[in-house]
Write a protein that binds this ligand. Sequence first.
Ligand SMILES: Cc1cc2nc3c(=O)[nH]c(=O)nc-3n(C[C@H](O)[C@H](O)[C@H](O)COP(=O)(O)OP(=O)(O)OC[C@H]3O[C@@H](n4cnc5c(N)ncnc54)[C@H](O)[C@@H]3O)c2cc1C
Length: 1016
Amino acid sequence: MGFQRRIRESKSLLTESIRIVFDESQEGIGPYIDIQHTDILEPPIHIQIKRIFTICRKPMKTVTGNKTVSTFSELKDSVEGDVLYDEMSRALYSSGACLYRIMPSCIVRPKNRTDVVNTVLYAVRKGVSITARGGGTSRTGNELGEGIILDLSRYMNKILEFNRNEKWVRVQPGLILSSLNEFLKPHDLFFPIDPSTEQYCTLGGMISNNSSGPHAVKYGTTRDYALSLKVVLSNGEVISTGPVPLEEKGREPDETETLERTAYKVLPEILKRYHGHMKKERPFTTKDSSGYHLWRLKDKGFMDLTTLFVGSEGSLGIVTEAKLKLMSIPAKALSGLVYLDDLDMVGEATQKILELSPSMVEILERHILDLAREQKEEIRPYLPEGVEALLYIEFQGDDEEKLIRNFMEVEKRIIRDGKLAIDLKVAKDAKDMDMFSKVRSMSGPILNNIKGPIRPVAFIEDAAVHPSRLPQYIKGLRKLFAKYRVDAGIYGHAGDGNLHNMVFMDLKRQDQVDKMVSLADEVYDLVLNLNGTISGEHGDGKTRTHYLKKQYPQLYPAFVEIKNLFDPANIFNPGVIVGGEENMLDQHLKHGVDYHIVPTGSLFDRKLFRTEIETCSGCGKCRSYCPIAENVQEEWAMGRGKIILLREILSGHLDSKALETPGFKKVMDSCINCMRCLKECPSGVDIPWLSVIGRANFIKRHGEPLGNRLLANKRLLCKTGNALAPLANLANTLAPARLLLEKTAGLDRRRYLPLFKKSTLKKAIKERVHPDKGKKVVMFLSCYSDFSETEGGGLGTLDVLGRNNISVLISDLRCCAITRINSGAIGPVMKDIRYNVETMASYVEQGLDIVFSEPSCALAVKMEYPKILDTEVAHKVAESCYDIHQYLMILYRKGELDLELGELELTVGYHNPCHLRALGVDHDIVELLELIPGLHVRQYSDRCCGLGGTFGIKKDNFDLSMEIGKSLFREIKDSEVDEIATGCGACALQIFQGTLRRPIHPVSLLAMAYKKRNRG
Ligand SMILES: Cc1cc2nc3c(=O)[nH]c(=O)nc-3n(C[C@H](O)[C@H](O)[C@H](O)COP(=O)(O)OP(=O)(O)OC[C@H]3O[C@@H](n4cnc5c(N)ncnc54)[C@H](O)[C@@H]3O)c2cc1C
């Protein structure tokens, strides 16, 4: 045992990386060493290992994984929440929104404060570091650590108390900001700090980084709204912060000598000693998130530790509760765009606008405008040529006329009198406001959308100068970017002189890594020469801690003293704010020089997937839009989690055998192919496709499970149901039959199933007379409309097209196979896919279009077939395929749609299916329906219904599927509408399950309106 101790003592950093386990139960094996992190082993440790080898002279075994982590199992006994130390969990927490990859030893997800205290005491006892984590959206690497990751977002995410009259709320740190604001909205209150990550960052992370957003010019930063905190200190003591009269603290009896009491004694003394340096080295900026904030610690005889813990990046203690000040939601807002053709004028223009007390002044510099003009057609009209910078301005208030007068004043001061800008556009209506806001927030997606090895890198992304110094700052930046020959996008908060610079680099090349460090050195010199700060809102973390000494040459020792006071064992986020002797900016890069791809013998070895994986920036936005991640607040459920796991495997950090494990399959199965990633992910990473490939790999290795073969074979199921109807429908209602289905195919017995028709749509069509008119289209028959819902989408499409003198050709196309594709069983349906493409290609050659009444079939042909086959013909076919509503709207826009529609006095609630959304068909359908006289449409919020093909019908997923659909069901139930419409059979099924209302297909409403006209 002495050796074990010796190794532990030799380097605390490695205590959890190297473990010697004396496992008496495994006869003949003797002691063995866990060298799973050999990459970070340093020579002294190697020597020690050698000595152990020699001394023990017993067989040794190298092991990986949790077998050897006996120490953390001890922690399980004192924590009610989760303690995870298996390889996959650790891998999932090895990265975030930053540039880095650092493998933690263990993840603790506390359920309460006692769990946090026990984890802290354990960490001190064992010499393991603790890094608190919320949403993992930090840019700087302060959310990663080698020791324990304390994920507060999983359970400690509740609102504890709310006082409407006094306008405050008490919350746990893991609460997501937008969840808080959703709760406050009915009370006309909000938490006014708005980082762009507001839908997926936590209040704990915001407090620890002193976050802020574009509205900081009006509302300030998180520090201004933290009234008090509950913090667990390094000795396990829990303190409540807030203004405390210094004299009072001094009178407390000595026997209650606590860390808190020591702090109240020592801190005033530190402040006194460093008073001069605080004055001299305070950044001349309107926001600052660098170092420890000492300037508001003591005020008028009061000491408030809140202001110190805010912005301390988890390096002084763990915040377990916060009391936050709230504001009233402003009644009105008006926005405008100011165009400048001379960068020199930006600073003065911003200053003049600031004099009018705006709520936002944001800047986009020429490079981004140029890219936007190329990439985003819809906003092109707002981006004239020859503009050097664009300022987005917003005013808030109760009086609409005053808002307009503000803009008249802007026009006078900076255009007419000042000649600082060339044009001003003020929003005329809500649509303009929406478009202006799109212009303002386009930078991130535009920069991230560029695929390939050269990626936008965030390392000098957050410095700030006083707004009056913006021109010098921007000019200096441009000069440096030219000197280093790099492309960069500049945007951000002009009102606070806080710019987000994203530099395009390939950090897999050593010369680029070196360039990054040299560029950072020079940019920070530039910023500090302008009396700015290296971080305006994101914090220091691993990216910037090294530069703090440059920013605070005399004050930095005070930071060290404060760190030593609160965390003498250096367990809280070591190396963040204090440390940084070595520049960590270029260490542990997730896509750095050491990043290599190893062959896995799997489908993932294709370059295409590698590029996809490397495109993910890890920002974590998927937590906010992925229907699964939103409900299962876990890293593995997020798109980011899937990417991290794949990266770990493809780069050889995790054994490629992991691809074949049920754990990995579970992660891949947690995607329901709603395709939201393709629209919402700022980098457009195709998570659904990667998940399909993950499942395909699994099937390749283990074969396709019987349940999958039964459930995902839609056409077979429908054909059988159809042949046996009405017996099949009766069986559907009988408990024993449902139980049998649950046992054999895994279909949840509570699930309502579609009713099968005796006849098919194909037969019904043949029985109809439809003259061979001039124009012809091919109709792709979905299994749903062929065998079950024949009247709705199927006959409706036929009727509507017929009414428009378009005859419909029904061809013998096979099932689109979308459910089979999504389940990963692509091999068995390859023949059908090829057949469908070849058949459709022959129609396309004849100049025929193909229309679909079922969105999932359209999605299969338009989006999945081209990826599977990757042939020119598959792409060509895809271009000639249309969703029926899309097709009709094209006719309407060309003036070719018959508008002789009868009146339907109906209010219709419309749910847009995810697959139509993915195909870019959304508001089109509302517009189309509103052509019907008397018909009013209420479109429900853009939420997934939760069924996800076969996902929600499976026993294992039924509850989650219903939970996902809950908010849509509630909205439908609350809406007083005559009919509910949706174009997707699966959505209709789920809506019926959740509301007992049976939706109709939108096209059948049009068919009804035509019929009514005929009758009328
Ligand atoms: C695309 C993008 C845009 C961004 N835009 C903005 C922006 O507009 N404004 C802005 O301010 N930031 C922005 N950020 C940075 C980041 O989103 C914010 O700093 C956010 O507040 C971090 O919250 P989080 O929950 O993700 O914290 P994490 O990343 O999980 O953690 C951040 C820090 O807080 C510490 N921490 C977390 N919880 C606790 C706790 N309970 N106790 C003690 N320490 C804790 C962590 O140890 C870490 O040091 C952006 C990031 C990205 C990727």
